[in-house]
Write a protein that binds this ligand. Structure first.
Ligand SMILES: Cc1cc2nc3c(=O)[nH]c(=O)nc-3n(C[C@H](O)[C@H](O)[C@H](O)COP(=O)(O)O)c2cc1C
Length: 196
């Protein structure tokens, strides 16, 4: 990879790589999200990337989940996307903000009804007595919202990761991989090559 293969702005480069990934990967939007407690204990899980705009990367989840609680205490995250078929990886670090209510509402409205009911039924990350208890909770949600649309739960919505550092990695022969890192400085981006 040459520096000139990438756009001056990393979010444009990321959008281009996502298009390449969509052509070959069955899960191009799967990304690892790392958060940590205020005292620095990390945790990581996969979420789906639901949007990339000029501000950052958006995913949706339960605000009362473990990740949601960690982001409330420490609004910083790291993301990793990997597309094995392309020999590519992208790493992102930055501050995290909750998306505007209208953004969550729009995404929620596009979700299938069973997914909406499941969001109401699941106290995500909390201990659950049994699978039957989850089924019962789902049935309660079905009954509660029997008529009309299922509303957006107050505990559910989107987060936007605002990148400060973005690294593009490409597999190279003999482990001579390419790594180009963008670092935000004010409104501009500085680029540097890193040893693999
Ligand atoms: C492929 C894949 C996609 C996932 N997408 C999401 C997602 O977009 N949002 C979400 O809340 N959980 C998603 N999950 C589940 C999370 O990995 C995780 O189990 C859940 O969010 C609870 O994490 P927490 O307890 O650390 O908060 C996904 C899991 C997999 C394997």
């Amino acid at each position: 990879m040459d520096e000139s293969d990438l756009a001056p702005d990393p979010l444009s480069s990321l959008r281009a790589w996502l298009l390449d990934a969509a052509a070959v990967s069955s899960a191009p939007q799967a990304m690892t999200l790392a958060t940590s407690t205020a005292d620095g204990r990390p945790s990581a899980r996969i979420v789906l990337l639901r949007g990339v705009d000029d501000r950052g990367l958006t995913f949706f989840t339960n605000h009362d989940s473990r990740k949601g609680e960690e982001l409330a205490a420490n609004p910083r995250a790291a993301l990793v996307l990997n597309w094995w078929e392309l020999g590519r990886q992208v790493r992102i670090e930055g501050l995290v903000e909750e998306v505007e209510g209208a953004v969550s509402e729009e995404y929620w409205a596009a979700r299938p009804r069973p997914s909406q009911l499941a969001a109401w039924a699941s106290a995500q990350s909390r201990p659950l007595a049994s699978r039957d208890a989850l089924r019962a909770s789902y049935a309660e949600a079905e009954e509660r919202f029997r008529e009309g649309d299922v509303p957006l739960p107050p505990f559910w919505g989107g987060y936007r990761v605002l990148p400060e550092v973005v690294e593009f990695w490409v597999h190279g022969d003999d482990r001579l991989h390419d790594r180009i890192r963008y670092v935000r400085s004010g409104d501009a981006w500085r680029r540097e090559r890193l040893a693999p």
